[in-house]
Design a protein around this ligand. Structure first.
Ligand code: BGC
Length: 454
């Protein structure tokens, strides 16, 4: 029995829930009735469709639990965008400690960034004979930056600059600002690096980099990256020996627009299925951020909090079904309330193992028993329904795990630009047992927690 609430079925949901309201004589309605805060009809009308009685006993229990807990005390997981200051990167510890059941799930951005930089560097070294396309002794690369205020994006820009020797220090760290155009090597945010292979020295230059933000404000924008490579290649195409991107969405857009045809190796991040498949056609490589582990952790921490069990259950400690993760795939940092999946480089050597990015991770693939893990309702948003990674990799994984963990998840897709487009759809938090939030901007946690605190 699949119970999934997808936002595009909202019309249907509205229709059915009106019926459900009319018929509400028991079942999980008990929960809503008991909820004295839920007095506006708007909230009831937004109620998910299949509350009409199919949930059986499990949900009744869920309903009463949910209704007795104040929204501010319900389990909350931030994922993919860590509550933090988008200028300084400083973690927003108020948001990360919103209540005792609040966590963040993401991945180790620095470890992944280092892997990405090393992957590019090793590719250059291994292909030194053919990499310098115009033979000028300078290995030129262009860089697509996702979001200058997103810590994953910042880390990846730094990782590439560090490995290639093009980074410049600023306030004790590598400057991650976009360089704009730097074909003459005079930009101040980067410098020329050198790489020595077989006794021969080459200059490495970041020819250009920019944040791929569209005019409406959406970041990590693949179409913008496709346009940028068009502009760059038409003015200095011969000098571009390598294309690097903060993610595969933008990387694949540049690959398809230009680098594939011009056999210029292009490197991304995320190991989306299309990017992994493109390795066979000359895409240089990508990094798996172990989305299969992250998606599991995102829902698992909620499941554990809802069950009132130790947070490590089914994570570092096997649950009764046998689900468990080993410490080579994630780390937990208690002081940051954060779980971080570990990254793996995906190149021509191993890409065959990564062809389906939506496949769940086998060690945590066992179904939980509904008797002891009653069905619960989760409100979950994706900051941008068009984000390649979140829509083609992360959400399909979540949808696989929600069944296994007996969670009824309502998936909300944002426009990638405005927080209110999403928060407007958290009109009645009382109808959910737990929340999973992917902010548009990492500074905006309070827009959500204020709704839960009302
Ligand atoms: C992913 C990007 C994605 C971004 C969205 C990053 O972790 O690598 O592909 O666009 O998250 O927040």
């Amino acid at each position: 029995m699949k119970k999934k609430f997808v936002s595009i079925t909202l019309a249907l949901v509205l229709g059915l829930s009106l019926t459900a309201c009319g018929n509400s004589g028991g079942g999980d309605k008990a929960g809503n009735n008991a909820n004295t805060e839920d007095t506006d009809n708007k909230g009831d009308a937004e109620e998910p469709a299949d509350d009409g009685g199919s949930d059986a006993a499990g949900s009744d229990a869920a309903g009463s639990d949910a209704s007795s807990a104040a929204n501010k005390d319900k389990p909350l997981v931030w994922f993919n965008r860590q509550p933090s200051n988008s200028s300084t990167g400083e973690l927003d510890s108020a948001a990360l400690n919103f209540n005792k059941d609040t966590y963040y799930v993401g991945f180790d951005a620095n470890q992944g960034a280092e892997l990405q930089g090393t992957m590019v560097k090793e590719y250059i070294e291994a292909n030194i004979d053919k990499i310098d396309r115009n033979g000028d002794g300078t290995i030129g690369y262009v860089l697509a930056i996702g979001d200058i205020g997103h810590n994953d994006s910042i880390a990846r820009t730094r990782g590439v600059r560090k490995a290639l020797g093009t980074g410049v220090e600023k306030d004790g760290n590598i400057n991650s600002d976009p360089a704009g155009t730097n074909t003459d090597g005079t930009a101040s945010v980067v410098q020329d690096g050198t790489i020595e292979v077989g006794g021969k020295k080459y200059v490495v230059r970041e020819l250009a980099s920019q944040e791929m933000k569209n005019s409406a404000g959406a970041t990590w924008d693949a179409a913008t990256a496709g346009n940028a490579i068009g502009t760059w290649s038409s003015s200095f195409g011969d000098s571009i020996d390598i294309v690097v991107s903060n993610n595969d969405g933008m990387g694949m857009s540049m690959f398809n627009a230009w680098s594939k045809e011009n056999t210029v190796p292009t490197f991304g991040y995320d190991a989306n299925s299309d990017a992994v498949a493109a390795i066979a056609e000359g895409y240089g490589g990508t990094i798996s951020q172990h989305a299969d582990v992250q998606a599991y952790l995102t829902l698992r921490v909620l499941r554990n909090a809802l069950d009132g069990v130790d947070i490590d259950t089914g994570i570092g400690t096997a649950d009764e079904a046998g689900n468990v993760l080993t410490d080579d795939v994630y780390v937990y940092r208690e002081e940051e309330r954060s779980y971080y999946a570990l990254n793996v480089a995906v190149t021509a050597d191993n890409y065959q193992d990564f062809t389906d990015s939506t496949k769940i991770y086998e060690p945590v693939s066992k179904q939980l028993d509904e008797g002891s893990h009653a069905t619960k309702k989760v409100w979950l948003n994706i900051y941008n329904a068009s984000d390649n990674f979140l829509s083609s990799t992360y959400q399909p994984l979540l949808q696989n795990y929600d069944d296994i963990l007996n969670l009824e998840v309502e998936y909300i897709g944002g426009d990638g630009q405005t927080e209110s487009n999403i928060t407007n759809r958290l009109g009645n938090p009382s109808q959910y047992d737990a929340f999973a939030i992917n902010m548009v901007k990492t500074d905006n946690a309070a827009s959500y927690t204020s709704l839960l605190s009302q």
